[in-house]
Design a protein around this ligand. Structure first.
Ligand SMILES: Cc1cc2nc3c(=O)[nH]c(=O)nc-3n(C[C@H](O)[C@H](O)[C@H](O)COP(=O)(O)OP(=O)(O)OC[C@H]3O[C@@H](n4cnc5c(N)ncnc54)[C@H](O)[C@@H]3O)c2cc1C
Length: 310
């Protein structure tokens, strides 16, 4: 549960900065991040803010930047784990207040807090093709842009036309997709600490029924192959060039390997899952163990895909 702001428990100047920007009841201290991240594990953030407008995000980020206060942009928390020791900084949650989608011809204007899967369904309903791959990705639009999320041969970079961001100076600007430095699960958003507020997605006209059929096929594939019944953050590691993380982990004999409540999924070795009572430490220790063992067995060093905060 989130606690309403309590100036006693953290540095007052940080709270003062934030109180000038967002309503007091949108500021939480010692915020338990396990409820806001899909692993359902992990520690607290010193402060969590829930801005309501782009302007509030921009001013909050700019002031925190000027004062050298660390901050992190959180979307739907489906690729993020906060260490048990917590995050000594401010989490800016781009959440439900930014959940808006507008269909205009063959374009979709989606705000950063919209859920990617809902946007994909809106596209399908409008008879727009090209977003089927995204229907089962549980992140927000902002997180999907930052990570260049992708699946089953599609990636965000293939469908994005422009991205509206807020940079260090607090000014919104529009970046064309080709200037986004999209790569495999990466973009310039992370490297330059930009904040995504809006994206224009360009799709093509298609047959509504065919689009839904394809989405259903992909959803069935996910249910069959992925441990969707347990909390996780999706694929724990990036896919190494010319190989698969899950295959390497399985070949290293780690299927079902456990540390505390964290487990290499029996169903899909590329996923670490929380079997019920995992701590973030269990998960991080298991990630480290997997990386070490896979390296010893194959000579390949896996790289985490999930963002570990703290
Ligand atoms: C069951 C399951 C299945 C998954 N399947 C897939 C899959 O098929 N393909 C895939 O690519 N991923 C998959 N994921 C991972 C995850 O859903 C994606 O990476 C998603 O894009 C993350 O979005 P989010 O909003 O949850 O991001 P968060 O976890 O909130 O944040 C992830 C990163 O994005 C940044 N970020 C978030 N919002 C913004 C913003 N508005 N502006 C700037 N930066 C921002 C954060 O700072 C952080 O660096 C899966 C996860 C789960 C749990």
């Amino acid at each position: 549960m989130l606690n309403p702001g309590n100036p006693q428990s953290i540095d007052n100047t940080v709270l003062q900065i934030l109180e000038e920007v967002v309503p007091r009841n949108a500021i939480y201290t010692d915020a338990d991040m396990s409820g806001l991240t899909s692993f359902k594990a992990g520690g607290k953030a010193s402060v969590l803010v829930e801005p309501e407008t782009d302007e509030q995000i921009a001013i909050a980020a700019m002031r925190l930047f000027e004062k050298n206060v660390p901050f992190f942009i959180l979307g739907n928390g489906t690729n993020t784990l906060v260490k048990d020791t917590g995050y000594k900084g401010v989490v800016i949650h781009v959440g439900k207040k930014f959940n808006k989608t507008i269909v205009e011809g063959d374009r979709i204007i989606a705000y950063a807090g919209a859920s990617l899967s809902s946007v994909a369904r809106e596209a399908a309903n409008a008879g727009l093709k090209g977003m089927e791959f995204a229907a089962g990705i549980p992140g927000s639009v902002g997180g999907a842009v930052a990570m260049n999320a992708g699946a089953y041969g599609g990636e965000m970079k293939d469908i994005i036309e422009t991205v509206t961001v807020i940079g260090e100076n607090g000014e919104p600007r529009e970046i064309r997709a080709r200037d986004m430095a999209f790569g495999y699960r990466t973009s310039r958003i992370q490297n330059e600490k930009l904040i995504v507020t809006k994206v224009v997605i360009k799709l093509t006209r298609g047959d509504k029924n065919d689009i839904f059929v394809r989405m259903d096929e992909l959803a069935a594939l996910r249910r069959e192959k992925q441990p969707l019944e347990l909390p996780s953050a999706g694929s724990t590691f990036k896919r190494p060039e010319g190989n698969y993380a899950g295959k390497l982990i399985m070949e290293a004999g780690l299927r079902g390997y456990r540390i505390g409540g964290a487990e290499v999924s029996e169903k899909h070795c590329g996923f670490i899952v929380n079997t019920g009572n995992a701590t973030a430490t269990d998960i991080v220790n298991l990630m480290t163990y997997v990386m070490k063992t896979v390296f010893e067995k194959s000579g390949i060093m896996l790289e985490p895909e999930i963002v570990v905060l703290g």
